[in-house]
Ligand binder design. Sequence first.
Ligand code: GLV
Ligand code: MN
Ligand code: MN
Length: 429
Amino acid sequence: MGTSAAGFDVQGVNSERIAQRLEELARFGRSEASGGGWFRGFGTEAELRAREWLRDLWHKVLGLEVRMDTAANLWGTMPGREALPALVLGSHHDTVPNGGQFDGALGLVLATEVVQRLVEEGYRLRHPVQVVSFTAEEPNPFQVSTLGSRAAAGVLRVEDVRKAVHIRTGVSLRDALQAAGGDLDRLDRARLDPAGVSAYLECHIEQGKRLWSRGMPLGVVTAITGIYREEVVVEGEANHAGTTLMADRRDALCAAAELVLGFEEAVVRGGGEEIVGTIGQLEVRPNAPNIVPGCVSLILEVRSPDREGTAKVLRAFDECVRRVEAGRRVQVRRVRLLDQEASWMDPAVIGALERAAAELGEPYMLLSSMAGHDATHMARITRAGMLFVPSVGGKSHCPEEESRMEDIAKAGDALLRALLILDEELDAR
Ligand code: GLV
Ligand code: MN
Ligand code: MN
């Protein structure tokens, strides 16, 4: 890899070890039953075991001091040579249901590898280096995504989640967080002191096709999309599927079907290329073949680089809701779950990643992220940046999610080099 900006001759990352660690982490939550995908949702057995694996790796193999905060975020620390705020490398170890092997996992394995290379060389940076795995990044049945990074950034408070329960099992978030090692009643203590963090850097798969279709090995992220999410509950009337004549029905599922299509139309009409909307979760009650559906709840989300894009879609959807309520004699209740603004990555971190790619002689592309990430919250309290690795065929949140080892190794080298550059450039004397 050559001589770094800091004059430290560091070899590149060990790609065999990276491949092996990705396989090790993939043992947790792999399910043959659901088409070979992974499920390490927050609070599941697989998620808790993955935490243990990470904790042991960071403590026993890397020799880091490891601690868990009250949001159950797992932190590993390598001390620095100077009394400076930390450079943090992180991502998340949970997955969506029937998800892939790389979302979140790749960032943790590469962060681990970068620190391990420093440990192997016996090289201390000026800054302390921290690795972090944030709790519950993905949407989950407690309806609280990016729990750990929001708590760390101080934008999620105890009051926001005190009453949260698993929508199917009724288990409280308090109990689930305690089982993972956190403490919901003291969640505010997970808040980071911004003065203690110099920068946050996250490597992640792109999850879209922009890098892959251009044959570009690296992506440097400029901004992260805004995400708006709400639960929509459609109340109709459950009744006998044989004896209830068509004219007498208040079928909640038929009404929900109109809402789903109306929402899609609102997004397509109101949106630009970077505005997308999805209804990806639907619960039908009582969900039986011979009962007219009485109630349907669904979750919709809109992603947009600006607030006006989201607002336009929601205005069109409001009209659709009124039309469906009147036309089908149902009531629609709506509860906002998330309203997260787009965020900008920091010029110093973008610059370090660009310089790292250029020094390695690798082409890269500047792009925005249309997936949400913990980095969006870290950006509120520190300099944040992200490095993307191409996703084969642009597939993600599915078992086919994949990235090529040759691209992963380049990202590992770029991450290590960017860290060294930031160590030299930030908080300069
Ligand atoms: C995170 O995985 C997202 O939903 O973009
Ligand atoms: Mn994801
Ligand atoms: Mn992710």
